[in-house]
Ligand binder design. Structure first.
Ligand code: FAD
Ligand code: NAD
Length: 475
């Protein structure tokens, strides 16, 4: 399809989401060229890599949030923001249906936003695979609210376990923290939780020193399957030392109010059901497609065979459409659903759209000069030279290469001030683990924080929790 349709410059470019993809697009987009509308139920950008640290108070949640309004204020052109959720997209009429999901409602709670060009960056929701009881009884770890809920529940379990005359079985259940999913989210959370217990809870509530347990359940034979073999082994060894129980080849089949039922595959291939009583259950089994994306996919015949999200071409255009692009976790472009990918896709689209606007301006100028050729025959040589120069410039701008992801490496915190890193180095791969890697992990993530304000707040939180310990109050 043509990437360079001719049209008026003042187009409405609607963007759904304020996550990694959309915000990196917005940051670099020349908003003077478009009438930009941003729609998201979240009026802030969330720095997800430090979200597991918020569950224990190592980092405070506001330190990793950046208000959208602050970001918009830095743009030269005007950008409209609607705090709303997109419920459906009509690609025929080119409108997005939005509704107010916030607590306070005005007289209008639902309306439509027309668009000329639409970028979808709504991310993904939590996968539950339809397993009964997951939504009712477990905590997810994707949003700020999830981290706050977990933080409260950890301390609720501890204080309830200390309740007068609590039975020993109930104390063991309440102090059993179960994490389902051994991907990076589950591993990082388990590490942060064990740190919280070792460094703070144990000191202030010594009565539970021998009872608090963290268990990680993973369906595959190993945790962190995307990391190299030696880092997987390092993580599993380190968890053993930290006394985090790992149950691999164990698939959770049902979640009850106070226990999970899982099926474990034994070495001889037979299967056995194990029941894990829990006080806190954190569910981290990856991504699923959001309803608004699923609904759009059902309206586009070319998306019929796509299962994991909107299939896009090499310019991130949604297959089967002309004016819709998709980035980040909601797009299927052949890359892992990570912040790195989403951010690079957003940057790519900003360059593409900036070029499109420049192209249209140049084309307009060439049209104007061409028409003046006949009117000013005396200046024709000069005008023709100017046209040729502009046409050369136009060809250069139009020559945008397809999106190509550049992998910088993978990093994960595994607790006890240790991290693992698979880093791309001169076309090769370097695997590193331990305390120095932890310092690298911290410096890499602090340098990636959205603003100077975020960076300083995060560093301050790290210092504060190291010097004074984490806060055990339950808000
Ligand atoms: P998101 O960042 O999830 O943003 C989606 C946006 O869309 C949000 O603003 C949301 O409110 C909005 N939205 C949702 N529904 C609608 C709707 N219906 N209408 C309008 N807007 C909507 N990746 C890494 O590379 N490195 C890491 O260290 C890392 N750590 C992570 C830690 C955790 C705990 C988690 C959960 C993920 C982590 N990831 C990491 C993955 C990374 O966060 C995601 O890949 C990334 O956020 C995807 O960006 P996105 O823009 O597609 O979606
Ligand atoms: P994931 O998809 O990476 O891992 C989920 C794990 O849950 C899988 O290993 C799967 O086998 C397991 N699982 C699924 N169903 C199960 C069941 N019923 N019982 C037991 N185990 C089950 O999910 P995630 O960790 O949430 O990560 C999502 C994305 O975000 C990934 O692309 C990841 O790379 C990225 N991320 C990256 C980082 C980092 O780089 N540090 C941190 C967090 C997330």
């Amino acid at each position: 399809m043509s990437l360079w349709p001719s049209r008026n410059i003042w187009l409405t470019r609607a963007s759904l989401g304020t996550g990694w993809g959309s915000i990196s697009l917005l940051k670099r987009l020349d908003t003077e060229n478009y009438n930009v509308v941003v729609i998201s139920p979240r009026n802030y950008f969330l720095f997800t890599p430090l979200l597991p640290s918020c569950t224990t108070g190592t980092v405070e949640h506001r330190s990793i949030m950046e208000p959208v309004r602050t970001i918009l204020r830095q743009k030269k052109g005007r950008v409209t923001f609607y705090e709303a959720e997109a419920s459906s997209i009509d690609p025929e009429r080119k409108v997005v249906r939005i509704f107010d999901t916030s607590e306070i409602k005005g007289s209008t709670t639902e309306t439509e936003v027309p668009y000329d060009m639409l970028v979808i960056g709504v991310g993904a929701e939590n996968a539950t695979f339809g397993i009964p009881g997951v939504r009712e009884h477990s905590c997810f770890l994707k949003e700020i609210g999830d981290a706050q809920k977990i933080r409260k529940r950890i301390m609720d379990c501890v204080e309830t376990a200390m309740f007068k005359d609590q039975s020993p079985e109930e104390i063991d259940r309440l102090l059993h923290m179960v994490v389902v999913g051994g991907g990076p989210t589950g591993v990082e959370f388990a590490g942060e939780l064990q740190d919280f217990f070792q460094e703070d809870i144990k000191k202030l509530v010594p009565e539970i020193a021998d009872r608090f347990r963290v268990t990680l359940i993973e369906a595959l034979p190993n945790v962190l399957p995307m990391f190299s073999r030696q880092l997987i082994e390092y993580t599993e060894r380190s968890f053993k030392e930290e006394k985090i129980n790992i149950h691999t080849k164990t698939v959770v089949k049902k979640v009850n109010e106070k226990s999970v039922e899982a099926e474990v595959t034994l070495p001889d291939g037979t299967k056995e059901t194990i029941v894990f009583p829990y006080g806190l259950l954190v569910w981290a089994t990856g991504n699923a497609v959001r309803p608004v994306v699923r609904d759009l996919m059902s309206k586009i015949p070319a998306q019929k065979n796509s299962r994991r999200g909107l299939a896009v071409n090499e310019y991130l255009v949604v297959q089967g459409t002309r004016d819709i692009w998709a980035i980040g976790d909601c797009a299927v472009a052949g890359y892992a659903p990570t912040a790195q990918v989403a951010a690079q896709e957003g940057t790519f689209l900003a360059r593409l759209f900036n070029n499109m606007a420049k192209t249209e301006a140049l084309e307009e100028k060439i049209r104007h000069l061409s028409s003046s050729l006949n009117l000013e025959p005396g200046n024709s040589a000069e005008i023709s030279q100017e046209i040729a120069e502009l046409e050369r410039k136009l060809r250069r701008i139009k020559d945008v290469k397809p999106f190509q992801y550049s992998h910088q490496g993978s990093l994960a915190y595994i607790g006890s001030e240790k991290a693992v890193a698979d880093i791309t180095w001169f076309n090769g791969n370097v695997a590193a683990a331990g305390s120095l890697t932890f310092l690298f992990w911290r410096s890499a993530y602090v340098s990636m924080c959205f603003s100077m304000r975020n960076k300083l707040l995060v560093i301050n939180d790290w210092l504060k929790s190291k010097v004074f310990g984490r806060d055990l109050s339950r808000e």
